[in-house]
Design a protein around this ligand. Structure first.
Ligand code: MN
Length: 264
């Protein structure tokens, strides 16, 4: 288990990144198919929150086993770990945030998920021809990537993890300062109508798991490979660009511990 992971450049294909997935692996696969994602050569990087809310959270295990899929640990993976190991988790909050599928699993079936989630780093960095790209779920507690890297490698500071996985301060304050030592930092956690860049921090959760769409960002070019059809036609005044997504409709409660048929 390592809280920080370094990944070498991909000399064979594309490196793409995606925002929160939240149990919608089928929708994500459809988008990957549309852009010609080739798992033999390409890689997909995830900013975490693979599970909860959507119908197919249990597919996270299969995705995490794929050699072309790399994900950091989001706050929803952290909730599962805390719940399994007796940490303080508000069960009403966790269930309302989509964790019911996990809460209701027998402990023996929770265990493989927790073991896989524990293997997910809090942050990772990927080398590209144009420079280093970092990923974490929510925000960096430091303005210098080297400080975060050192902290995660050398300490296990719960305050650092808390910011990495939960913070919405940057978006709330419109903080456009950059994180030094990176070409770009890719994050998710807060669903937005379109990708939003503050400083060198790219907010990628465009609600593909909700009422929005999955945005795929090419790490080498920092270009969206599937821009929204109307992206070239700005129709919103600048002041209202990228407001938060409307709250998603609550998913229908599934059968306890059962994988929905359309997730097989
Ligand atoms: Mn999140």
């Amino acid at each position: 288990m390592s809280r920080f992971r370094r990944i070498a450049a991909n000399p064979h294909g594309r490196d793409l990144a995606v925002g929160d997935i939240h149990g919608h692996f089928q929708r994500l696969q459809q988008v990957l198919d549309e852009v010609g994602f080739n798992p033999a050569h390409d890689r997909l990087f995830s900013v975490g929150d693979l599970v909860d809310r959507g119908p197919c959270s249990q597919q996270a295990l299969e995705w995490l086993e794929q050699p072309w899929f790399h994900a950091v640990q989001g706050n929803h993976e952290a909730l599962a770990i805390s719940h399994r190991y007796g940490g303080r988790v508000d069960l009403d909050m966790y269930r309302s945030a989509g964790g019911g599928w996990f809460i209701d699993l027998p402990e023996a079936q929770q265990q493989p998920f927790v073991e896989a989630f524990l293997q997910m780093p809090i942050a990772l960095e990927v080398q590209t021809a144009a420079g280093l790209v970092g990923l974490l779920h929510a925000d960096s507690p430091y303005h210098d990537w080297a400080l975060l890297r050192a902290s995660l490698l050398e300490d296990d500071d719960p305050d650092v993890r808390e910011v990495c996985q939960w913070s919405r301060r940057r978006l709330r304050e419109g903080d456009s300062s950059s994180v030094a030592g990176l070409r770009a930092l890719l994050v998710g956690h807060t669903p937005l109508l379109e990708v939003k860049v503050l400083g060198n921090v790219w907010h990628l959760d465009t609600g593909g798991w909700s009422r929005g769409r999955f945005s795929l960002l090419d790490l080498a070019t920092l270009a969206l490979v599937n821009p929204a059809p109307d992206a070239a036609t700005p129709h919103l005044p600048a002041a209202s660009a990228s407001p938060p997504m409307p709250a998603p409709a609550r998913a229908a409660p599934g059968r306890s511990g059962a994988v929905p048929d359309d997730c097989q």
